[in-house]
Design a protein around this ligand. Structure first.
Ligand code: DC
Length: 223
């Protein structure tokens, strides 16, 4: 978005800035984006939760998450309390979210919410298409990746930490499926924006990934 002429620039570019954090499932974007938001004093939005909440509403209705009419109605009926539900994670919610996210009318219905959130005070948003579609003019864009094996390992440990029994091979297969579904859909597919800063966290622990992300973003913001 073009800046209005005649306005004095803010002394520090971080307040009100839009920071886009995109990448595949289980790459660590959420933790990273939340920490970036805290460090930069910006609100944080996990946009995956929107798709998860829509998928969950469709499942609640006993419908197929690929049903475009029902999924769009669910997206339009979404209320903030839906994002606080305790059942938005897990294999079923993962696949339902990925399925509704492939429906253009669902994406369109969720676009204004994301843009309004970011424009209100600036924000760090994480997702798949923040830097390409939702905020193509974001002040800084990070594309966070890690190898499939490492993402599967992290997701397995996360599930184990929550007491959820899982089969490592099955976890990896689900991540591959979701990658394929998110990257191959015709609308807003997962891909890095041309001006995104790439961050591969395969060999980085959470603190090292955060330090590098903050360095990259600060350099891009000139802060
Ligand atoms: O980030 P996540 O794993 O919570 O996202 C859940 C699903 O939602 C994911 O499979 C793809 C979709 N998604 C999307 O298409 N666009 C976004 N901005 C965020 C998530």
């Amino acid at each position: 978005m073009a800046r209005r002429a005649g306005r004095l620039p803010a002394p520090d570019p971080a307040p009100r800035a839009i920071i886009a954090v995109d990448g595949p499932a289980a790459a660590g974007k959420g933790t990273l984006a939340r920490r970036l938001a805290a460090a930069l004093g910006l609100p944080y939005l996990d946009t995956g939760l929107l798709y998860r909440a829509v998928g969950r509403r469709v499942l609640d209705a006993g419908a197929d998450p690929r049903d475009a009419t029902i999924a769009e109605a669910a997206a339009r009926a979404l209320v903030p309390e839906d994002l606080a539900r305790a059942d938005l994670r897990g294999p079923l919610a993962d696949m339902a979210a990925s399925a509704v996210a492939a429906i253009p009318a669902v994406r369109a219905a969720l676009l204004d919410f994301q843009r309004d959130f970011g424009r209100a005070h600036g924000a760090v948003l994480d997702g798949r298409d923040i830097g390409t579609v939702v905020f193509p003019d974001a002040a800084a864009k990070l594309f966070v990746t890690a190898s499939v094996a490492e993402r599967a390992r992290r997701r397995f440990l996360e599930l184990a930490g929550r007491g959820v029994a899982a089969d490592p091979a099955q976890v990896e297969a689900e991540i591959r499926d979701r990658d394929a579904q998110d990257a191959n859909r015709p609308v807003a597919p997962l891909r890095p924006a041309a001006d995104a800063l790439q961050l591969d966290t395969t060999t980085l622990d959470a603190d090292a990934a955060f330090a590098e992300a903050l360095r990259l973003v600060r350099a891009r913001l000139g802060a």
